[in-house]
Design a protein. Structure first.
Ligand code: HEC
Length: 135
């Protein structure tokens, strides 16, 4: 009986304690949306690419993903506007990353809009996640 309880407990708690990397699943949804094969190099290039700040913006510095997430993805980033610490993006040091589809969608929408002035395409999101997954 005790063994059974322990086993039931493990079944219950294991999934909650272990964050699952949802990138493979996200990639499938992007392909359903028309994306082709994903390319980590293209994702890396997008990640570093700088975009001019929109006209009238308070901060006229160029914008990029690394502006907040930092250059070294195994280190914490710092929000360019609020100064808040952002946990490292690299799965190798932060296994909690990319474990919630809702969160991934929300931040892609928000951050692509802020950096590029538009939402990212399914191809772009897939390329970026393919790159990030290797970090
Ligand atoms: C203005 C600051 C800022 C910029 C620029 C920025 N991000 Fe983020 N990003 C955040 C914050 C804040 C979060 C949420 C906090 C966290 O996840 O630690 C986040 C979270 C994310 C997440 C969710 C990660 C997860 O674990 O689910 C993704 C994906 C993401 N950003 C991608 C991007 C991409 C792609 C770009 C460039 C187009 C970008 N970010 C640029 C601030 C920024």
């Amino acid at each position: 009986m005790r063994i059974l309880c322990v086993m039931m407990g493990m079944l219950f708690f294991a999934p909650a304690a272990m964050a699952e990397n949802l990138i493979p699943e996200m990639l499938k949804t992007y392909q359903v949306d028309g994306a082709k094969n994903f390319d980590a190099k293209a994702g890396e290039a997008l990640w570093h690419k700088e975009y001019a700040a929109p006209e009238g913006a308070e901060n006229t510095k160029n914008r990029s993903c690394q502006a907040c997430h930092g250059v070294d993805l195994s280190k914490s980033g710092e929000h360019i506007r609020t100064g808040k610490v952002i946990d490292p993006m690299a799965l190798s040091v932060n296994p909690q990353r990319f474990s919630e589809a809702k969160k991934i969608r929300k931040w892609f929408r928000r951050n692509c809009k802020w950096v590029m002035g538009r939402v990212c395409t399914a191809q772009e999101k897939g390329d970026i996640l393919t790159y990030l997954q290797q970090q």
